[in-house]
Design a protein around this ligand. Structure first.
Ligand code: ADP
Ligand code: MG
Length: 248
């Protein structure tokens, strides 16, 4: 799908089916994320959330349907598709012996991206709010929240249009979760399309523009944030997620 100007959506999944052996995990999945949008993908264990990310990353080839990242089919051209995106797994892989600055420099070099210390790397670390005293410290001693900051600084420095996050707030305390939410808003403000797989309803309610429930291999329900102070009804979401009823 394209927008009015004919530009492809950054994340666009249409009628995707995927099986592992006999077991069909995705059964007609439709999912799209626009520039400057945060989409929270919820679903129980084994629902197919990571499989969805794998399809966007080109790690699996769906049996049918279409997957596009910035208009590119990751199954056909994984390198070009991955050049459009930053993927932040649950535990961020960095070089523990290198500092935050050195990690950025190294990964930007790998991505063949511009990597000026003053005009690219420092502003990216600044934008994600990594304290300056930590910039030259080895990341081996960093908390999960700080490692995520480095990963997202890298995404910002690469100017990728797509950010994929797998359970980014699991194991973060509530304050670090809030900080993380503000962090991805920085990416949203830069028109990045953000797909966040999460079990964290509070985080989703706080930051998402849309929330989708993945069940039975497809998006069973999708909710858009309301305007005003109540963006989503947390109690109703919790009841929907757990299959319980909301108290009247
Ligand atoms: N490589 C694989 N081979 C076989 N089955 C898999 C593989 N990866 C995932 N699965 C199965 O597919 C289903 C969906 O997995 P996954 O996408 O990881 O779910 P989620 O991330 O929502 O917990 C699960 O039943 C899981 O056991
Ligand atoms: Mg998973």
């Amino acid at each position: 799908m394209t927008n009015d100007a004919g530009v492809p959506l950054p994340i666009d999944v249409r009628e995707v089916r995927h099986s592992y052996g006999e077991r069909e995990v995705l059964c007609g999945l439709d999912l799209s994320v626009a520039p400057g949008e945060i989409y929270a993908l919820l679903g129980g264990n084994g629902a197919g959330k990571s499989t969805t990310l794998s399809a966007l990353l080109g790690f699996i080839v769906p049996s049918s349907g279409s997957v596009r990242v910035g208009g590119i089919d990751p199954a056909a051209d994984p390198a070009r598709a991955r050049a459009q995106l930053a993927y932040v797994p649950e535990s961020v892989a960095l070089y523990d012996q290198l500092s935050a600055r050195e990690n950025l420099d190294y990964f930007l070099a790998l991505a063949r991206a511009h990597r000026s210390p003053d005009t690219i790397i420092a502003p990216a670390l600044e934008a994600v709010g990594l304290p300056q005293h930590a910039w030259n410290q080895r990341v081996g001693g960093f908390s999960k929240g700080m490692r995520q900051k480095v990963a997202i600084a890298l995404a910002l420095a690469r100017h990728v249009p797509v950010l994929l996050l797998d359970e980014p707030t699991s194991g973060l305390d509530p304050r670090a979760t809030l900080e993380f939410n503000r962090l991805i808003e920085t990416a949203r403000d830069r028109q990045v399309a953000i797909l966040m797989v999460t079990h964290d309803l509070l985080s989703a309610v706080d930051v998402a523009d849309r929330i989708g429930f993945l069940a039975n291999g497809r998006i069973e329900e999708e909710l858009a944030a309301g305007t005003g102070s109540v963006r989503f009804d947390l109690n109703a979401l919790h009841a929907r997620y757990t299959g319980t009823r909301v108290a009247a």
